[in-house]
Design a protein around this ligand. Structure first.
Ligand code: SF4
Length: 237
């Protein structure tokens, strides 16, 4: 008897990032947490000072492994000297290194700033592109930076910015069990509606800075304590 062919299951993992389905109860719970955060931080916004998309992408590249406060100290001089991609594309690496030195990893960052600016000049007429694929094709720009720019400069909710605060808070609040930022992002996108994604990361960052620090979170003073599996009573629903 001829053997029945069985279809081999693909072991290849999808590289696509997009919202999967989350349980309705988990979505309701996530929305309650989101609404509470909006109540707590109605003015939450991007902490990197910027006047346009160019300034935001440059500031975001500089913010890797560096505080936003430090980046905001460096960018005024940088933008005064190089106000747009055309100007920065023509800059000398050593001059840019001097200006961004205090943000750490300054050689690599200067290289990324120049590379990104040159590509913007060569491929986008000196403008910052507004799609994930075009942004992540710029040197020094990965998904997180692209999400910052898309959400805050172009008002496009393409994903959720997952930095150290967002990752930590999401795990503590039971919104994900993942540690890989891309997987954390997928879980958050599955839990909350698209129009909340940019604000969600601002809110989690605010709460992480003000209440739920990495060490010694102030659980006794936390308005989310009831919903937090760490201490709460309704963490499961
Ligand atoms: S209860 Fe504690 S761990 Fe949970 S979100 Fe609040 S501060 Fe963070």
């Amino acid at each position: 008897m001829a053997k029945k062919k069985t279809k081999k299951k693909s072991t290849k993992r999808s590289t696509k990032t997009g919202p999967a389905k989350a349980e309705p109860a988990a979505r309701r719970r996530a929305k309650r947490i989101y609404d509470k955060l909006v109540e707590l931080y109605p003015d939450a916004h991007c902490a990197l000072d910027h006047k346009n998309a160019f300034e935001l992408i440059i500031a975001t590249i500089l913010s890797a492994q560096c505080t936003d406060v430090r980046v905001n100290m460096v960018t005024p001089d940088l933008f005064k000297r190089y106000p747009d991609a055309h100007a920065l594309a023509k800059a000398k690496q050593a001059d840019v290194e001097d200006l961004v030195r205090t943000t750490g990893f300054f050689r690599n960052k200067a290289k990324s700033l120049l590379g990104a600016s040159r590509r913007m000049v060569e491929h986008h007429g000196g403008e910052v592109p507004d799609t994930m694929d075009e942004l992540t094709a710029l040197p020094g720009v990965a998904r997180k930076t692209a999400n910052v720019v898309l959400g805050n400069a172009f008002g496009k909710n393409v994903g959720v910015v997952v930095d150290t605060h967002v990752g930590r808070l999401s795990r503590r609040l039971g919104l994900t069990e993942q540690t890989d930022p891309v997987k954390v992002e997928q879980d958050l996108m599955a839990l909350l509606p698209r129009d909340t994604w940019t604000m969600l990361s601002h809110l989690l960052i605010y709460h992480g800075r003000q209440v739920c620090a990495a060490r010694n979170p102030k659980c006794d003073d936390c308005a989310l304590a009831r919903s937090c599996p760490k201490v709460g009573v309704d963490g499961a629903e």
